[in-house]
Design a protein around this ligand. Sequence first.
Ligand SMILES: C[S@@+](CC[C@H](N)C(=O)[O-])C[C@H]1O[C@@H](n2cnc3c(N)ncnc32)[C@H](O)[C@@H]1O
Length: 275
Amino acid sequence: MTTVLRVVFDASARDADLTAVAATERLSHLGAEATDVDVDGTTCSAYGLFDAEPDDALETARNAFADDPAAYSARRLPIARRFDLGDLRRRPVTLGGVEILAPGPPPAGCGASRLVIEQGGAFGVGLHPTTAMMLVLAAEGGPPDTVLDVGTGTGILALAALVRGAHRAVGTDIAPAARVCARGNAARNGLDRLVVRETIPAGERFDLVLANVRAAAIVALMPALDATLDDRGRLLVSGIRFYEHGPVEAAAAHRGLSGVGRVLHDGWWCLEFAR
Ligand SMILES: C[S@@+](CC[C@H](N)C(=O)[O-])C[C@H]1O[C@@H](n2cnc3c(N)ncnc32)[C@H](O)[C@@H]1O
């Protein structure tokens, strides 16, 4: 199993940056994936993703920092949920109540709420943790009326919302190939209620705003995402590595948005915000 540890240092006793660098090196030597640091003035933290049971990971970290127990403490970050993603090549995957299929003859026993996704040159067939979390969390709270899907890729998130009963969806993507792919998937599924564009429409509000792009892009896009969010709407963002949530949460807070949910899966966060 995967365990995420956040190792926190008392920065008052020593140089915080140096301590954080030393700690990430130690975590890397212990086999932790993708270590990174943040420094907030009084403490600094290193994050490590361990392929181990929580107790084993904690003991390993404790032993590694045994030379300075007063300065270091390790804490496990919660992984709220796990998904069985299955394998699209062998069988459809049901995520958020929608069966996702690869093109081809549908396997026997498929339900009515199904979506055929051709990957083309775009991202998003449902197997990546960031997409899977978005599909599952977007399905909570009932079907929205209108959906904006920024970084739509194959169109999978917007199309799943339409399958679940949304009346209108707009998908945007900066990549021309993704826009072609998303339009193709909309036609393939008879869902021409998906409008695919390059940019976020100005002056329009949506009940559900989705953005599965990288953390830095979410931070940059936050004013535009906020401007399109209906007063009672939900904003779901994904594509955030396990150590990258701080700047995204700060950008949302800066716009007056509150964090109302967060899920960590396979080292990626999906964060939910509302007014
Ligand atoms: C990780 S894929 C997500 C695809 C799909 N929505 C999913 O959840 O599987 C990110 C997509 O966002 C697009 N993208 C990246 N930065 C963007 C931005 N600033 N505005 C719009 N699209 C962006 C990329 O071209 C890519 O197609």
